[in-house]
Write a protein that binds this ligand. Structure first.
Ligand SMILES: NC(=O)c1ccc[n+]([C@@H]2O[C@H](COP(=O)([O-])OP(=O)(O)OC[C@H]3O[C@@H](n4cnc5c(N)ncnc54)[C@H](O)[C@@H]3O)[C@@H](O)[C@H]2O)c1
Length: 381
């Protein structure tokens, strides 16, 4: 079988990890090109590495110029692993060359990009896969399974939090030192890890948002709120409370979710000190599940439990790539589409604007809706 020729743009710590996962685990793919504006990331050993990328990927051509890579490398797929606020331009250019794209999250940084990216994919023979790895976690599959079996009823209120505390700050922190967007991105815009899994059990898009931020208390170098809390709502009233942070001194597990359904309840509460992460559920619909019951906590999806290659965020990174390559081989749509990515990204952009407007309630639109163009003019976000 012909192998997919794969390139990558963005050789930060995430990009370096993802391209090695492709090289080491997927026989259907051949890594042929890599690009970053900083050649040191190719030539020199970096944080969490023993050898430089150029030695780990012999025979792969390195580019400083992304346009040149797209012109020359004859790619079937490009991994976009640039900073969280600069994905869309790279994705649009690849789609204009009819190249498939794996885009890390969030999908876009503003409404205008969302419109242009949406239109670029419509015109292209390439397709975009959204790199929303939490959608692939085992305990999220369990939530979807319980929901699809009718054991939770319909969700009417949900909560999610993503709390990312780091012990060191500023230039001592390898994340912050190399990734400027980690100091500037309003935390609520990094919302896809929280909203993506919940959207898997929802029948409607998020339509309304109010959001407030705390200002800066923890990291004086940060240029945005330390914490932001948003309330989202659908047209029928399904409500989600989301807490995101830029900096805090909590040092608790990162990702928690709670789902209140008409017939049951589900929660995944991440670790707290020595207390391991826990998944619990109850249901009106199942014998002996009327009291809250603990379920096994599995990061890894069932289909990969015996697969030694399945690594990265509890196997979710492998699962993303595996599902994407299988779809490409079978000529199917990407399993987490651009539309899915925009449904989980755009609510965060409107939420950040609501926080700027001191909690004003905003109506969320999407590029496939008529009202979206007017929002681009109105909000300029
Ligand atoms: N899904 C996850 O679990 C997860 C985890 C970590 C990071 N991420 C995402 O992965 C992405 C990368 O994260 P990171 O921490 O590695 O970021 P980073 O800022 O450390 O790295 C981004 C790289 O892109 C390069 N770049 C910027 N502009 C460029 C251009 N014009 N041409 C070529 N290269 C360019 C930068 O030089 C940098 O090396 C982000 O979008 C982030 O949101 C996702």
């Amino acid at each position: 079988m012909k192998k997919f020729k794969v390139g990558i743009v963005g050789l930060g710590h995430r990009g370096r990890y993802m391209i090695m996962l492709v090289k080491q685990c997927f026989e259907c793919a051949e890594v042929v090109a890599a690009c970053d504006i900083d050649p040191k990331l190719w030539d020199e050993t970096q944080w969490q590495q023993n050898t430089p990328m150029k030695e780990q990927l012999p025979g792969v051509k390195f580019y400083v110029d992304y346009n040149q890579m797209l012109e020359e490398a004859d790619l079937d797929l490009v991994l976009v692993e640039t900073g969280a606020d600069v994905h869309a331009e790279f994705c649009i250019k690849a789609l204009e060359h009819n190249i498939n794209v794996f885009s890390d999250i969030p999908s876009v940084a503003n409404l205008s990009e969302a419109k242009r990216l949406w239109e670029a994919e419509q015109r292209s023979t390439g397709k975009l896969m959204t790199g929303a790895n939490p959608n692939e976690w085992g305990f999220i599959n369990a939530l979807v399974d319980l929901y699809q079996k009718g054991l939770l009823g319909e969700p009417y209120y949900m909560e999610a939090e993503y709390i990312h505390s780091v012990k060191t700050q500023g230039t001592n922190n390898p994340y912050l030192a190399h990734s400027p967007w980690r100091k500037t991105l309003p935390p609520i815009r990094y919302c896809t890890h929280s909203l993506g899994p919940l959207l898997r059990i929802m029948k409607e898009a998020l339509r309304y948002v109010v959001c407030l931020g705390t200002g800066v208390h923890i990291n004086p170098e940060a240029l945005r709120d330390d914490m932001q809390a948003a309330l989202f709502q659908t047209e029928s009233g399904v409500t989600i409370r989301l807490l995101r942070n830029g900096a805090c001194r909590a040092f608790i597990g990162l990702h928690s979710y709670r789902v209140f359904g008409t017939k049951g309840y589900f929660e995944r509460i991440d670790s707290r000190g020595k207390t391991e992460p826990v998944v619990r559920f109850r249901s009106d619909e199942l014998y002996a599940a009327d009291t809250i019951t603990e379920l096994p906590h599995l990061m890894m999806a069932n289909e990969y439990i015996d697969n030694p290659k399945a690594g990265g965020h509890g196997g979710a990174d492998y699962a993303l790539l595996d599902h994407m390559f299988k779809a490409m081989i079978e000529g199917k749509d990407m399993p987490i589409s651009l539309r899915d990515g925009l449904l989980m990204t755009l609510p965060g952009i409107y939420a950040a604007e609501s926080a700027v407007r001191k909690g004003e309630k905003l109506t969320i639109h999407y590029p496939w809706e008529e009202e979206f163009a007017a929002d681009i003019e109105k909000y300029k976000i």
